[in-house]
Design a protein. Sequence first.
Length: 232
Amino acid sequence: MGGLPYDLYLLDPAAQKASSLEKPIIAQAWRPPLVFQRDKQGTKWFIDVGHPAIALGDWNVYTAKEGRPVCTISFHPGAENPADLLPKQLLAFTRRLDEVLGPGNNEGTLQPTAGIRIAAQHLLANAALRPWALADTDAYNSRSEVDKGLEQWADTNRARRRLYDEIRKTYPDAEQSLAEYYEKAYRLPAQKSREVASWTLGLILRSYFVFPNEEGRRQDRNTRTNPWPHAR
């Protein structure tokens, strides 16, 4: 969540001391910039991917020759929160998932609950605007692990059981609304829309939780690769 900002410099191969560094190409970046080069002689270019708390925020592109952005990549021009583009049934479902997380107060420097919330918001933004970019590794646990963890969580008191029952009850409507969104927004055939929605909603559910897993991150028969037509 926190940490020191990043500066990106280009070091002249002839330079022998760090003091020879000039001003950075990118200064005070919140996350490590992406670095690209087509070949050994090609022009280097860099991308500042913005603040981690902003879902699909603008990316600023720099080159080795420029000390300022040469262009900006906007994923959702004009949309303050891309997740708001998703159907209301799905958003109501995710609010219940968020309620399970709890407030996350007094968690110290690492703020694990806040980290989960931010990751889930990034995933929802991609689900709305870039569903082909989603990957099974966007969630820590498998579906069976999450289902087991939520069942154990719900068994502790009646309020938790009622909330979990609501999640299970509203799951089909959330999935159907997401399928209709993909069919309308991306002109997918109805069957493919249902397939993509089913996989995506399962991933959304899993992204809201992190349960202990002695075997580490893995796939099982409840997880599949992204079924989007052009996903890799």
